[in-house]
Design a protein. Sequence first.
Length: 303
Amino acid sequence: MIYTVTMNPTLDYILTVDHFKAGKMNRSEKEQMLPGGKGINVSTVLTNLGVETKALYFAAGFVGDEIIRMVGESGLNAEAIPVAEGCSRINVKVLSDEHTEINSKGPVIGEEPMNRLYECLDRMQEGDFLVLAGSVPASLPGSVYRDIMKHVEGKGVRTVVDATGDLLRETLSCHPFLIKPNQEELEDFFLVKINDKDEAIPYAKRLQEMGAQQVLVSMAGEGAILIEEDGTVSELPAPVGEVVNSVGAGDAMVAGFLTGWLESGEAQTAFRMGLAAGSASAFSDVHATKEEVLKVYETIKDK
């Protein structure tokens, strides 16, 4: 079973705008509203790929109620943990010549909902995976993902972290099975500018030296790189296709990697499946289907 945790879920309000202009009146060409947050996205793609998963997430206020309703309608295996103070987020994504996001901060997570989360995690068994992904509300410390990893320590659970800044930094001493920064996040972590995969590799290796077992870096049109546990470095180019909606593509990459790993136990297959899932989702209006992922996979598996 793959468990995902979404500390700060959202209703993603996705607007497609032809040639968005800041400071001007803009009208949308297309609108979507989807339950989101990185963990929920990962579980959604895992479900599409036929992998058993459970999404754990916090929900607060009327927005939280709507997230619960929409997640329930989707059929996702999920459990909402109620939060009394504040309101879950509505994040605005503008798809135009450039991709613009406005993300809000989320509710106040107190001791009781955190205890409920730990009770859920106590059900995990040896061989399970735990995906900790996305931002956390400001009420929680930057060590919260590390604290969760320590809570499940000794249970034979492998952890995946897709987070930024201190949230990621704090987890490295716990040796996550996989971390997945994108190019911008890698740049922000090390305060550098990265122009291509060759420049990204040394920084990905540094993250491994800091404690991560494997490092998967997504680089949009540049493709992706993987640093395996034994230090092997692999690169793959971006599959050819029209990017329709890149929201959640990185989360799909995590889901694809884990699917490939569970099916093969082999990093190269997982890497290709991860790239295929991330790309297929970017080529789709919503999260990619299994058929869409496999179609892209066939174009890259022999490269």
